[in-house]
Design a protein. Structure first.
Length: 118
């Protein structure tokens, strides 16, 4: 069984920064891909950023230059450094991963709330 646990959300003023973490645990053989998604109030869930096992990253246009995704492969922890935050970044941020145990499966975390407000 695999668990993804996000942390690091909170309330921040516009222009501020936060770093989200997503810790993967369980009978993990390898992690193929990890992503961050978000769902704002009254909005559909949207892709934010991803990193694969080779370290290749990809970002949604609306976070390019502001957010950085990274991963500690030794600890199986995914990060999202968020700078220059805007009120429209307010959302629940979810971690998603494709992880190989005895088989490959997709997993979601429970989400962490980010609120950008003065």
């Amino acid at each position: 069984q695999v668990q993804l646990v996000e942390s690091g959300g909170g309330l921040v003023q516009p222009g501020g920064s936060l770093r989200l973490s997503c810790a993967a645990s369980g009978s993990i053989v390898s992690i193929n891909l990890m992503r961050w998604y978000r769902r704002g109030p009254g909005k559909q869930r949207e892709f934010v950023a991803e990193i694969n096992s080779g370290g290749t990253t990809n970002y949604a246009d609306f976070v390019k230059g502001r957010f950085t995704i990274s991963m500690d492969n030794a600890k199986n922890i995914l990060y999202l450094q968020m700078n220059s935050l805007k009120p429209e970044d307010s959302a629940v941020y979810y971690c998603y991963a494709v992880i190989r145990t005895s088989y490959s499966g997709a997993y979601w975390g429970q989400g962490t709330q980010v609120t950008v407000s003065s």
